[in-house]
Design a protein. Structure first.
Lengths: 55, 332
């Protein structure tokens, strides 16, 4: 808890760093979400048993 | 006052830019190292197949590809082909076919051509086996694929085994008719489309970009290298039986037989009529043939996909049997 308060106080004192970290986190989250969607799309399509079969 | 506001805005924009760059690096790290999705691993897309929009992708040595069906990371050898590494290009045995020969579902040493190479080595035969199987390739495509690699890698061979997994009638319609086996004027030309080249460079550089572009492909072709490779070319045992081989199949077999002294054919199709017609043709021409119907659930992933481990091992042994001209065991 003490560490958390220390970090918060540090970030409150350094507005630009806080801004930078916030957007780094958000952009990373966005990119990982897009990557997850892409991977899901590939897996869902190819995992379909009819994908490789010509029934 | 105005200058101060501009300065703050500029700082924020700079920080946003740095944040975007760092997040790209972090996401790349997560995709490449945690998910282990590989970068694209292609040298270029070249024109060696005849037909509209039929480009052939040439892989880099030791490239990797994410394969859902086999739940593995397919690895290519030192020449960018499926299977184990090749020591030398001195008269290799070339195996041609479609995705059933390519077999990206398993580790390089587990696929049929590697089993074939291992069988040769066990008996002291120092031949290298080159797997030129490629998804979506019919025998006509395979003719040009072999020609392309013979020219670019500068090797010669007389030992060619063509693996047929269907009559390929649907796939033959992709090509200009009648089939012409001469090299086209643009043979081997590299796709020089600037948009393609930039995207290729980015996909080769970054696993994240490779994943996003593969996943964002539209509709049914997402995650697939080429449109024609979507479906398995082993059709069910339905009413497609024909008493004779198609003109395109005959043209391909004639071309291979005329160009390569030790040309052999192996069919894994379960169409008895097609196999009988093939047997008659090969007997007349003196082409060694192995009939190994393998469109059976026990040899296929989930009973309907590409060959499973058992199927690959069996096919590898049948390839050896055909090469060594041993008694060919038929499954029927």
């Amino acid at each position: 808890m003490k560490y958390f308060h220390n970090i918060k106080a540090y970030l409150d004192a350094h507005v630009n760093l806080r801004f930078f970290l916030k957007y780094t986190f958000l952009f990373t989250l966005l990119l990982l979400a897009l990557a997850s969607l892409a991977l899901h799309r590939i897996i869902a399509l190819e995992a379909n048993p009819f994908f490789y079969a010509n029934f | 006052m105005q200058t101060s506001k501009l300065k703050v805005l500029f700082t924020k924009l700079m920080l946003l830019g740095f944040a975007a760059i760092l997040s790209l690096l972090l996401a790349e790290l997560a995709v490449a190292k945690v998910i282990k999705y590989p970068s694209y691993g292609m040298v270029a897309s070249v024109r060696y197949r005849k037909g509209e929009k039929l480009w052939g992708n040439i892989r880099k040595p030791h490239a990797k590809e994410y394969n859902v069906e086999g739940k593995n990371l397919a690895k290519f050898n030192n020449y960018g082909f499926p299977g184990i590494d090749i020591d030398s290009l001195n008269k290799p045995i070339v195996v041609l076919g479609s995705s059933f020969v390519e077999a990206l579902q398993y580790a390089p040493e587990q696929i049929s051509t590697s089993v074939f190479a291992s069988e040769l080595r066990k008996r002291g035969m120092a031949h290298n086996v080159m797997n030129l199987g490629c998804s979506g390739h019919d025998p006509y495509d395979s003719w040009f694929r072999l020609l392309y690699f013979r020219e670019t890698l500068g090797f010669e061979t007389q030992d060619v085994i063509l693996v047929l997994n269907s009559d390929n009638d649907d796939w033959f319609t992709r090509h200009p008719q009648p089939l012409d086996f001469s090299k086209p004027a643009d043979f081997g030309s590299v796709n020089s489309n600037m948009k393609y080249k930039i995207l290729l460079a980015m996909k080769n550089f970054s696993s994240l970009i490779a994943l996003l572009t593969e996943g964002s492909r539209s509709g049914e072709t997402a995650g697939v290298k080429e449109v024609e490779s979507v479906t398995s070319p082993i059709p069910p045992n339905d009413d497609r039986h024909k008493e004779s081989l198609s003109a395109q199949t005959l043209a391909c077999l004639d071309a291979f037989d005329g160009a390569y002294v030790n040309f052999r054919v192996l069919t894994v199709d379960d169409d008895g009529c097609f196999n009988n017609a093939l047997q008659e043709y090969c007997a007349n021409k003196g082409i060694p043939l192995c009939i190994t119907p393998m469109a059976k659930p026990e040899y296929m992933i989930n009973g309907a996909g590409h060959f499973n481990l058992k199927g690959n091992e069996y096919l590898g042994k049948q390839l050896y049997a055909l090469f060594a001209k041993q008694d060919i065991q038929q499954l029927r």
